[in-house]
Ligand binder design. Structure first.
Ligand code: MN
Ligand code: MN
Length: 466
């Protein structure tokens, strides 16, 4: 290679020009990234819902010596505990050398993803087909959810209070489900709709059967036959849908993308692609300076409301318990705490450049993204991280040679969004969004880069170890 010119050297010293991670790391680290992603892909295949992600992480935590949190117990540096909130959120904590009075380190990711929830009374028959009515959960482009294989996940609680877990359509040989779309030949009127209305919310009806129960005469025998199958399989009746949470999600397995296998395609990268690395970082620390708290939360995609989302007090209450044990006030712990809100950002898509501002967008393969603020219409509805806190995070990542970039969520007034950051900021905690850039975010099949996934893990680990 020819030597760098004076101008090139000066530009390197004074400028900011993020580059492809491959230009910043060696082969060993590329290999480590690919290996890390094998585990991530397995997690993504196994966990399609928040409940499944909690069960996975609880099991993984127990295997690594984490114990259920007991507020009466006194914990020492290196002790590891977990706390499950209603089966849909989990907190993993590793106790540090310092008292929690000096604050804790929090990484908070969400484990819910956009999907279709069954309505409380979902099953109906129309022209001898049985279908489920759905109500979509989170921000989706509805047309993307038709004509793809779907699976059903969740829980059903019966009249007597007993429950059953449902997962159908993932394993080899299991039936799947589908939402039908109109053939192009007869779509002349549909084609005139706007993209937003191409498929309407009440058209997201899932096809679940087409053969009647033939033993007797009667009406709606296809529906009856489905009820019979549901009764045999899950010991449930139609009324039990009222006390169920059933989620329809894409049934495509996760896979490598590209000739070079540099990317991962799959459902639910947002935000399991931050949840998994932050949990792995928690699993890989032993005796941190500060107590490290990994929060894997629910309900982010619908605005964090509800008692399993971060607009509830469950995380604060957990920290209050730690504070009480340390003999200090809960707000002291919060005020001194620092948080990485671990969430994805929209990667620059060369096919749709106009919604991004190139100089401030995030790009796949340039490492983990620090997103100073999100929001919409003049930064409304966001926690804008302070210069001081940006400086703190930057230094940690640079010290550990984590490949990172900054990224705004889209060009000004192109749209916008939010994360859990503002709910954590509300608790008087320093917080900034740090996560993985995603292509086709919120689609049934999203894409991330393996190097970025690994850099997210490195970032959370560096934060916990600082
Ligand atoms: Mn997210
Ligand atoms: Mn999202």
């Amino acid at each position: 290679m020819s030597e760098k010119t004076k101008a090139e050297l000066l530009a390197e010293e004074l400028g900011y020009a993020p580059t492809h991670a491959m230009k910043q790391i060696d082969e060993d680290e590329v290999r480590a990234a690919d290996e890390f992603c094998v585990g991530y892909m397995q997690f993504l295949n196994e966990c399609k819902t928040e409940r499944e992600a909690v069960a996975f992480m609880q099991r993984a935590a127990e295997e690594r010596g984490f114990e259920p949190f007991d507020r009466e117990k006194r914990y020492a540096c290196g002790d590891k505990v977990y706390y499950v909130n209603r089966g849909k959120a989990i907190i993993l904590a590793v106790f540090g050398k310092k008292s929690v009075r000096e604050g804790v380190r929090i990484a908070a990711a969400h484990i819910d993803s956009p999907r279709l929830d069954l309505k409380p009374s979902p099953l109906y028959e129309d022209e001898e087909t049985a279908l489920f009515k759905t109500h979509y959960y989170g921000g989706i482009k509805k047309y993307q959810w038709t004509a793809i294989p779907l699976s059903l996940h969740g829980v059903v609680y019966r009249k007597d209070g007993t429950g059953v877990t449902v997962s159908l359509g993932e394993k080899e040989g299991e039936p799947k489900f589908v939402i039908t779309d109109l053939l192009p030949h007869l779509a002349r009127e549909q084609d005139k709709r706007t993209l937003a209305d191409g498929i309407k919310g009440e058209e997201l009806n899932v096809l679940v059967g087409s053969r009647p129960f033939c033993a007797d005469a009667g009406s709606e025998l296809v529906k009856l036959n489905i009820l019979k199958i549901l009764n045999e399989k899950y010991d449930m009746t139609e009324k039990d849908f009222l006390s169920a949470e059933l989620e329809v999600v894409p049934a495509m397995p996760v896979c490598d993308i590209g000739f070079d296998r540099s990317m991962i395609g799959g459902y639910g990268h947002d935000d399991r692609v931050c949840a998994y690395p932050s949990a792995m970082a928690a699993f890989d620390i032993e005796t941190p300076e500060y107590t490290c708290v990994t929060v894997l939360t629910d309900k982010e995609e619908t605005g964090s409301d509800g008692n399993t989302g971060l607009n509830s007090s469950y995380m604060a209450y957990f920290l209050y318990d730690l504070a009480a044990a340390a003999g200090c006030a809960g707000y002291e712990v919060l005020r001194n705490s620092k948080c990485l809100s671990a969430d994805v950002n929209a990667a620059f898509d060369p096919t749709f450049p106009s919604v991004q501002e190139k100089k401030n967008a995030s790009y796949i393969n340039r490492g983990v993204v620090i997103t100073k603020y999100t929001g919409a219409r003049g930064k409304s509805g966001t926690s804008d991280a302070s210069a001081e806190y940006m400086s703190f995070v930057r230094q940690i990542l640079d010290k550990e040679k984590v490949v990172w970039q900054q990224g705004e969520l889209g060009a000004v007034d192109a749209g916008g969004g939010g994360t859990v950051a503002k709910y954590i900021a509300k608790l008087d905690v320093d917080v900034v969004d740090v996560g993985v850039p995603v292509l086709s975010m919120h689609a049934p099949f999203e894409v991330v880069s393996k190097l970025d996934v690994y850099m997210a893990y490195r970032a959370f680990k560096a934060f916990y170890e600082a």
